[in-house]
Design a protein around this ligand. Structure first.
Ligand code: PMV
Length: 365
């Protein structure tokens, strides 16, 4: 068993004979999505990443989750009522129930609790913004808070680490949303404190990276043809997987240096290499698939041309989808948003662009 998991289980076993300080209550957390610069793609059982990843936490694209909880010894499994934007959602409720059941070994009270959950996102569905990252990190933060209200704080366990651990079990990339600015998840030689079990805030970040922007071109809002979980699975038989995991580690090491010394040019170089490598893995999986659309390629080509012409620090990254994330420093916002409006808007579905940027992490409501 991994070290932190053991610590959490030991802490939970001390609760087993104790009575909770409260049996009912209300908690609420807002948590952001994130965009990976070095990508997590491929995993081992138990949500263990095949390579370390690094992401920028977003500011505007958040999930807000409120939970009313009601604990009773008589109940033997968790109960979940779930509303998304005010409408009951059975499908999500069953998924959350399954997730909660999986966490009851770490928080045994979960099995005796009824959860009434209300959640909403500030960003549209299928927008290329990872809603699983914001949703699972918001839920994990709520659970950690309920745990503390019921059994007090365990001084040996940090709230953020625990929330990141639980978020990871819901969706790998959600582990990183627990921290502001930039977060790293997965063991890497570039970060001494790195862990596969939870994310950590990037230890050193040059101030030139503070306030980075992410303008997201919505090339299409259609559902992805291949889900991320299937994509991760297909990496098991991808003939280039081993090389990819090694290349990701190299990129992590280069990127961590760059994030320390503030070299925006190299940052863009690594970021774009990662985006194209992620999609290369999709194309070389078996069966191979393409999530980029003609508009994605056209946007990439126009961004690169604009960069060559102006010398501005502007780069792109892609998530597992067709939409294009344009990353640039806040100081260049005026010039770049003008370029986006004049040259890229026409490539977007209903001219939709979401302007976001670096955020400071989850917030208690
Ligand atoms: O967290 P998951 O299982 O949805 O996987 C996320 C994978 C990518 O978004 C493509 C990359 C990443 O590191 O966020």
């Amino acid at each position: 068993m991994k070290t932190f998991e053991k610590k959490l289980r030991q802490s939970a076993s001390q609760h087993l004979d104790g009575k909770p300080a409260v049996t009912q209550g209300h908690v609420g957390w807002e948590s952001p999505s994130n965009i990976a610069i070095v990508k997590y793609w491929g995993k081992y059982p138990g949500q263990v990443p095949a390579n370390a990843s690094l992401s920028m936490t977003l500011r505007e694209s958040v999930t807000r989750t409120m939970i009313d909880f009601d604990f009773s010894e008589k109940r033997k499994k968790p109960g979940v009522d779930f509303e998304f934007h005010g409408a009951a959602h059975q499908g999500f409720a069953r998924r959350i129930e399954k997730y909660l059941t999986g966490l009851s070994g770490f928080m045994p009270w979960i099995s005796h609790t009824k959860f009434t959950i209300r959640s909403e996102n500030t960003f549209p569905h299928s927008s290329g913004i990872a809603s699983s990252a914001s949703a699972m990190s918001a839920l994990a933060a709520c659970l950690c808070e309920i745990d503390e209200q019921m059994f007090g704080k365990d001084p040996a366990i940090e709230f953020e680490q625990k929330a990141s651990f639980f978020a990871r079990l819901g969706s790998g990339s959600a582990a990183r949303s627990i921290y502001g600015r930039m977060a790293e998840w997965g063991i890497t030689a570039s970060c001494g404190d790195s862990s596969d079990e939870y994310a950590i805030p990037l230890p050193e970040l040059h101030p030139d990276f503070f306030g980075l922007k992410d303008s997201i071109l919505i090339i299409t809002t259609g559902e992805k043809e291949v889900s991320s979980s299937l994509g991760h699975d297909l990496m098991r038989s991808n003939p280039y997987a081993k090389l990819r995991f090694e290349a990701a580690e190299e990129n992590m090491q280069r990127l961590c240096n760059v994030m320390r010394n503030g070299d925006l040019g190299q940052f863009i170089d690594i970021m774009e290499n990662e985006a194209l490598s992620l999609h290369a893995m999709m194309m070389t999986s078996s069966p191979g698939y393409l999530l980029m659309k003609p508009g994605t390629l056209e946007a990439i080509s126009r961004i690169r041309k604009f960069r060559a012409q102006t010398g501005l620090a502007i780069g792109f990254t892609l998530d597992a989808g067709a939409n294009v994330h344009i990353i640039y420093p806040g100081q260049q916002e005026a010039a770049i948003t003008n370029f986006i409006a004049s040259d890229l808007e026409e490539l977007c579905e209903e001219k939709t662009i979401i302007h976001d940027g670096m955020g400071m992490g989850p917030r208690k409501l």
